[in-house]
Design a binder for this molecule. Structure first.
Ligand code: PFF
Length: 459
């Protein structure tokens, strides 16, 4: 779809929130939040996540949308437009999706595989607790099967942007996103009544245990906020550039943030207590969603129908998010290299398949471990940590400094108040962007990394 067509398509109030939420709600909420919560000790991670989402996440979301709307440009040009010398911040931010899309598509491939397998009557296979681990490491069908599903997911995304069905997908997501939401609630309620001892799992998920707090908890939570809310990588700047002046930036950011956080918390409630009660928990690592849920479905009346519908809805949520990431990658080449969109799609696809191949093979023959940074997931873990725990915090710090001290924060607050629009969060916003975010993010980044590598621990 052309830039102009897309720009025109999400200008309405609800349209904007829906489009940005469709980008925000994805594997981050359904796959990443639950396994991180499980890893970082349950309730304590949830509390820290919520506090950081309401402060850091909300402030950064407002700042990015306003930056985009002010300039009417996507990430690279937005920074350059306001101050030429700082265009590089936008360039680095826009390159982050190039490191994320490949491994995002590997997980998208697993979801596609789980959908097809459950739809073809083989839910029982997936429900075997060791299946996921053996599948991704190639013990069951070699590395060609995970590679094939990864490539299929990449091609699905590329097809969406190449044949210009982004707008159709956006419309479809207005039905499918609420459907996913209802399904998550339905499955959670079912588990509550059907799984013996589920209260212990709920207790683990919702009851904070302060003794489990570490520097890593903060870094993990902040990385998850960037990931889940699609921040610090240019996406929200681009969405902001599509936004009309008569739509409130503050209200939109709040709605997107609330939708995204509620879906994550509910997805956690659906997956973590069940996994905990069944004895999976942290031992499943990144596989939590693929290991625990099939067992729930298997025991559920009509589970053989519910499972494929659920994985299809997850697939759709992953696809809408991946497409928004892919659009950013494509626009980088178009903007930087002045090449045509078609050529850019081809280059992006080749790069994504190449980089993603490392993540697939990193579970098999190319496996390696460099401590917590690789999260026990080889290349995929390294790509994940590098982007979310290092590059995104750095971009967020730079964005705050850029807004607070280079262009001055009033440029952004004036944009938010354009046309007499109220900005109730203005004072805290200015304090957050100028002082709290850059200082605390720097601390979190430094101590989180030292903690991760075991050099130094705050606790
Ligand atoms: N926010 C989306 C998700 O949670 O899946 C998509 C996404 C954006 C993923 C940015 C990762 C990321 F770094």
């Amino acid at each position: 779809m052309s830039e102009t067509a897309h720009r025109a398509s999400i200008t309405g109030k609800i349209g904007f929130v829906f489009a940005a939420s469709a980008s925000a709600v994805g594997l981050g909420n359904l796959w990443r939040f639950p396994y991180l919560t499980s890893h970082y000790g349950g309730g304590i991670f949830v509390i820290i996540y919520i506090i950081l989402a309401l402060t850091f996440g909300f402030s950064l979301m407002i700042a990015e949308i306003a930056l985009g709307r002010k300039t009417g440009k996507s990430c690279i040009s937005a920074f350059g437009d306001l101050c030429k010398k700082y265009k590089w911040i936008g360039v680095i931010a826009a390159l982050i999706p190039l490191l994320i899309v490949p491994y995002y598509c590997v997980i998208g491939g697993w979801v596609t595989k789980w959908f097809v397998t459950s739809a073809t009557g083989e839910l029982g296979t997936l429900a075997d607790g060791s299946y996921w681990g053996q599948y991704i490491t190639g013990e069951i069908s070699g590395m060609s099967d995970p590679t094939a599903w990864f490539v299929i997911f990449v091609l699905l995304c590329v097809a969406c942007v190449a044949i210009g069905v982004d707008k159709g997908i956006e419309k479809l997501s207005r039905i499918l996103m609420p459907a996913l939401f209802i399904m998550i609630i339905g499955i959670t309620v079912y588990e509550f009544f059907a799984i013996d001892g589920i209260m212990d799992g709920i207790n683990f998920y919702l009851n904070p245990d302060v003794s489990k707090l570490s520097g890593g908890t903060f870094l993990g939570a902040i990385s998850q906020i960037f990931y889940s809310m699609s921040l610090a990588m240019g996406i929200m700047i681009t969405y902001g550039s599509y936004m009309k002046k008569d739509v409130s930036i503050e209200n939109s950011a709040r709605n997107i943030g609330v939708i995204d956080t509620v879906v994550a918390i509910l997805a956690g409630l659906m997956i973590i207590p069940a996994a905990f009660t069944m004895g999976f928990g942290d031992s499943s690592g990144m596989g939590l969603m693929f290991v625990a849920l099939p067992q729930v479905f298997e025991g559920m009346p009509g589970g053989f129908v519910v499972a494929p519908i659920f994985y299809l809805l997850v697939l759709f949520a992953a696809l809408t998010s991946a497409v928004s990431l892919l659009e950013t990658v494509i626009s980088v080449f178009v903007d930087l290299k002045a090449i045509r969109r078609k050529k850019s799609i081809i280059i992006s696809t080749i790069l994504i398949v190449f980089l993603g191949f490392f993540s697939v093979m990193g579970f098999g023959p190319w496996y390696f471990d460099i401590g917590p940074f690789s999260q026990g997931a080889g290349w995929l873990g390294v790509f994940d940590s590098l982007t979310n725990s290092v590059l995104m915090p750095i971009i967020a710090i730079l964005t705050c400094i850029f807004i607070g001290y280079v262009i001055k924060v009033t440029v952004i607050t004036d944009e938010i108040k354009e046309g007499g629009m109220a900005f109730r969060f203005e004072k805290p916003f200015v304090i957050m962007i100028k002082y709290v975010c850059p200082v605390l993010l720097t601390f979190m980044l430094v101590f989180g990394l030292l903690d991760m590598f075991g050099v130094f621990s705050l606790y």
